[in-house]
Design a binder for this molecule. Structure first.
Ligand code: GLU
Length: 272
């Protein structure tokens, strides 16, 4: 079973990342992927720190490591395939436009999906013909999504097209600033790395139907999914990158051994 750990080099790894990597390692042969499409926030020193922390934890992975910033041509290709079938349309709305349109009186309260407010469809009539436009966000036409099936922890899951349209809608597949998105990159890369089981935090469970939809539209295999519990602090809040006090480096500096930290995480998923 090939699993993966896919951190973004935008800050120090914390206990939640350690747990994610341990789950990937426990359940299969862990592959590593550096998710650095956000060129503003990704930094080489954070990438180096990821390797140090994972080595300290005693984890190994096959080389070379996949780096998303080196795969823009693959994402471009996937976008071309979706665009040429008329499945994408350009969107020029900003967040404020979307909130205003979604909150129009006849619409009731704006619906929240995995990426925020479900897009009210303002730009749907934009042209889908000709060359794929650049420097503009591209949305997936949710009407193209059929019935979806996948597994979560080996249990079958389904989503029907109407539920996808209502609760997820036309999500952004290529951001104006990145010319891809987390959703597209993760799907293209999980397939390229031959991942059979996607292991990641429960915070991403709601993004899974988007990924399964893209796999189906791009003729890629759908792996199994396993969303693990998040590590929480003493107050029950999930750990965040800005929460430096929970960084692996700070535990290491405070004299914790990797084995002691791993034993703590296995016994009790709260931060010591
Ligand atoms: N890059 C994401 C993160 O650091 C994880 C994405 C995934 O596992 O699908 O939280």
């Amino acid at each position: 079973m090939i699993t993966r750990f896919a951190p973004s080099p935008t800050g120090p790894l914390h206990l939640g990342h350690a747990w994610a990597a341990m789950v990937a390692d426990d359940l299969g042969d862990m592959h590593l992927r550096i998710e650095d499409i956000d060129r503003q926030r990704s930094k080489p020193h954070w990438e180096a720190a990821i390797f140090d922390d994972l080595h300290w934890l005693g984890l190994i992975w096959p080389e070379p490591v996949m780096r998303q910033s080196e795969r823009m041509a693959e994402y471009d290709d996937a976008l071309d395939r979706l665009w040429s079938r008329g499945l994408l349309y350009p969107c020029i709305c900003n967040r404020r436009d979307i909130r205003a349109a979604a909150a129009a009186p006849q619409e009731g309260a704006p619906l929240l999906g995995p990426d925020g407010v479900v897009y009210p469809g303002t730009c749907r009539a934009a042209s889908r013909i000709g060359l794929r436009p650049r420097d503009v966000a591209l949305r997936l036409d949710a009407d193209a999504v059929g019935a979806l099936t996948w597994t979560e922890k080996d249990r079958p899951q389904t989503m029907d097209p109407a539920t996808f349209r209502r609760s997820i809608g036309d999500v952004v597949i290529a951001r104006r600033d990145f010319a891809t998105s987390y959703h597209l990159a993760v799907v293209v890369d999980d397939a390229a790395q031959g991942i059979d089981l996607v292991t990641r935090g429960a915070d991403l469970v709601e993004a899974t139907p988007i990924h399964v939809a893209l796999q189906t539209l791009l003729d890629l295999p759908t792996p199994g999914y396993h969303h693990h519990d998040l590590v929480r602090d003493g107050e029950g809040r999930r750990l965040a990158k800005r929460d430096d006090a929970r960084s692996l480096a700070s535990y290491r500096d405070a004299g914790w051994s990797a084995d002691a930290l791993k034993a703590h995480l296995r016994a009790d998923r709260t931060a010591p």
